[in-house]
Unconditional design. Structure first.
Length: 335
């Protein structure tokens, strides 16, 4: 990691400031874990640090230390505007394009605060004054660990360790994905030493499903289809199916991964209808060198990492599936 940049960051936070920390919309374990770890670190250094999430997030993340102080833009627009306008530094974590924060975008863009981006997605957009962009690193939490370790290793307490462990665990598929390196494991070892309880964290994230979530999974798996002649499967959930299982944000998390457990499958896709936002939200997971991010970017307004990407379509579910199959055939012919 670039030490000059870390020093610059150290200078920026050398005296107490009003700081805003922002994760991407629909924040996941890595986005919230990194924001909360940074918040604890900054508060211990006497900064006034607030996390503003563009919207709500799933219940399985609502136990993270400090989570109850997170302000949701979708529910507190006026408060958020005043906090951002009165702040002097904005950290944006786990994304690299202001489009990923929805309507918060304009407020952040117009703010005079210095902006610091810390992220591990590819192709960062230029908008930050200081940029920590490391697509080769497993998670934003791993980057935050590296930064804090350089700035003040003794400050890594139980809260910080718990938040960082959570983000590294969720973004590496519990240390399974190829992004998991020996450095990742060394960091995990230090986080455990400093108080992270891996087994308890795993239980809280993965073993607190509701019965409805499992019923939804069974519907989803029942809907799985193989794309003819391609190493691709897709699954769908329409609004009726979601309503039947009292769908809540986060309930479909992880479903798409099941497709990759089939022998020979290189790409698994889930399409989820959202009648309220009038979109079909899509997630892509791939194995090996199939660039899920390029596919999502080219055809479905999205992006992400090579093996995990997302996007959306404004057509209805049937039309989106038809389009998807045409696009897959085009794309596989090219690569
Ligand atoms: P998920 O499928 O879990 O929503 O997202 C997987 C990855 O793709 C994440 O790294 C996420 O940041 C990225 N991603 C998801 N949705 C979008 C999107 O609409 N646009 C872009 N650029 N990236 C996305
Ligand atoms: Mn991440």
């Amino acid at each position: 990691m670039n030490e000059t940049k870390i020093k610059k960051l150290g200078n920026l936070i050398s005296s107490p400031k009003k700081i805003v920390i922002i994760p991407h919309k629909n924040p996941d374990g890595d986005a919230l874990g990194s924001c909360l770890a940074l918040m604890h670190f900054l508060k211990n250094k006497s900064h006034d640090a607030n996390i503003i999430s563009p919207n709500d997030y799933p219940n399985f993340l609502k136990w993270l230390p400090g989570e109850n102080s997170i302000i949701k833009f979708s529910k507190n627009k006026k408060l958020v505007k005043s906090i951002i306008n009165n702040g002097s530094l904005i950290f944006v974590l786990d994304f690299n394009d202001l489009n990923r924060i929805g309507d918060l975008n304009d407020i952040v863009k117009d703010s005079k605060s210095k902006k610091i981006m810390i992220d591990h997605h590819e192709k960062p957009k230029k908008f930050a004054d200081l940029e920590f962009s490391y697509p080769e690193i497993s998670s934003t939490c791993e980057i935050i660990y590296n930064i804090i370790e350089k700035l003040d290793p003794l400050s890594i307490n139980k809260n910080i360790s718990t938040c960082l462990y959570t983000g590294i665990m969720t973004d590496t598929g519990s240390f399974k994905y190829p992004s998991t390196t020996d450095k990742t494991h060394k960091i995990i070892s230090k986080l455990i030493k400093n108080g992270a309880e891996g087994s308890k964290i795993y239980e809280k994230i993965y073993n607190e499903f509701s019965l409805n979530k499992l019923k939804l999974l069974s519907i989803c798996l029942n809907n799985i289809k193989k794309v003819e002649k391609l190493p691709v499967v897709y699954m769908t959930l329409n609004q009726n199916e979601l309503d039947k299982c009292f769908f809540k944000k986060g309930d479909s998390e992880g479903f798409v991964n099941y497709g990759l457990s089939i022998k020979g499958i290189k790409l698994s896709i889930i399409l989820i209808e959202n009648k309220e936002e009038k979109i079909i939200k899509m997630s892509f997971r791939s194995k090996g060198n199939f660039p899920a991010n390029l596919f999502a970017e080219k055809f479905f307004n999205g992006g992400g990492h090579i093996n995990a990407a997302g996007g959306f379509s404004k057509e209805n579910l049937t039309e989106t599936v038809t389009e998807l199959i045409i696009n897959l055939n085009d794309f596989f012919n090219e690569v």
